[in-house]
Design a protein around this ligand. Structure first.
Ligand code: HEC
Ligand code: HEC
Length: 250
């Protein structure tokens, strides 16, 4: 991990601390050296390590910038896990959220485990309840504020006005359906993922990442490269907010 910024370093310390403290990764990491066979860790068991950030049902945890992943297609999840593993995604200095996945990928290790956890994620029902804080009657949805500092223009996205789904529909239908399909569920042959299971805040950031080449500009990232072209066609932050507001209705 050459060229790591001080901010990233501090952040990774925080995550390392959180994971050790809450023991989220301990059962999975205990498995990783046992992998004498080619079977890999079972998907559900492996997912416990993911749930700390992505939510226990894959519903996402915005405060940790970790998107909902429940219901994402297994082939797409596999590709992303390999992209993080091969440092094709998540390496840019501005990409603190992506850096988390680079770190966590260390516990995945073998191809079979990646396949198992990807297959499990596809079976999870999208739209699970938000993660809660407190117990019983006192439980409340956890706050969205980050427990750490992330100083970046990508940290808080502020479009000039809330997204307009009608304007977004025009953009989507002229530029996005060809790969992500009219109903947003994607197209495996073209490698385009299902967008309907994603969170608006996450999609907005990814579109900005693609626009600025923070994601998709590695020469090995053939699928991400397709998005670079189309994200650049989105005129401004308002266009991004609009198209995402439309996708959210699908
Ligand atoms: C330390 C927190 C953390 C842990 C633990 C974690 N993730 Fe992530 N993951 C993230 C963040 C943050 C992102 C968003 C990266 C971005 O915004 O580009 C992400 C992104 C992803 C993506 C890309 C989603 C997409 O739509 O492209 C996948 C797939 C994923 N994680 C799977 C996993 C799996 C499987 C595990 C468990 C083995 C796991 N993650 C564990 C924080 C985490
Ligand atoms: C030429 C085909 C193509 C077109 C057109 C296209 N996309 Fe994509 N899109 C892809 C592919 C392929 C990926 C997966 C990239 C990867 O594997 O990293 C993707 C990924 C994405 C992601 C990230 C998903 C995630 O889970 O992280 C978003 C958001 C997205 N596209 C939105 C759009 C929007 C909005 C449009 C229209 C403005 C659009 N795409 C047009 C092919 C396309």
């Amino acid at each position: 991990m050459g060229g790591i910024s001080f901010q990233k370093f501090k952040y990774l310390l925080f995550i390392g601390f959180a994971l050790t403290t809450f023991g989220a990764a301990s059962s999975a990491s205990a498995q990783m050296y046992k992998a004498g066979t080619d079977d890999g860790v079972p998907g559900e068991e492996m997912f416990q390590a993911c749930g700390f950030c992505h939510g226990n049902q894959g519903q996402g945890r915005q405060r940790l910038d970790a998107p909902p992943i429940a219901g994402l297609q297994a082939w797409y999840v596999e590709r992303q896990l390999n992209n993080f593993d091969n440092e094709i995604r998540g390496m840019h200095a501005e990409d603190l959220p992506g850096a988390q996945m680079i770190v966590i990928n260390g516990i995945l290790r073998n191809e079979a485990t990646i396949k198992n956890v990807a297959a499990y994620i596809e079976t999870l029902e999208p739209g699970g309840p938000p993660m809660m804080r407190g117990r019983g009657e006192n439980a409340v949805p956890e706050p969205l504020e980050r427990p750490f500092n992330w100083e970046s223009e990508y940290a808080f996205l502020n479009p000039p006005a809330p997204g307009d789904p009608d304007d977004g529909a025009k953009i989507y239908n002229s530029m996005c359906t060809i790969c992500h399909a009219a109903n947003g569920i994607g197209n495996q042959t073209l490698g385009a993922p299902n967008l309907t299971v994603l969170a608006p805040w996450y999609m907005e950031r990814q579109l900005e990442y693609f626009q600025d080449g923070i994601r998709g500009s590695d020469p090995q990232d053939v699928f991400g490269a397709q998005m670079l072209t189309f994200a650049k066609l989105l005129a401004d932050d308002q266009a991004i907010a609009d198209v995402v507001a439309y996708i959210d209705t699908l």
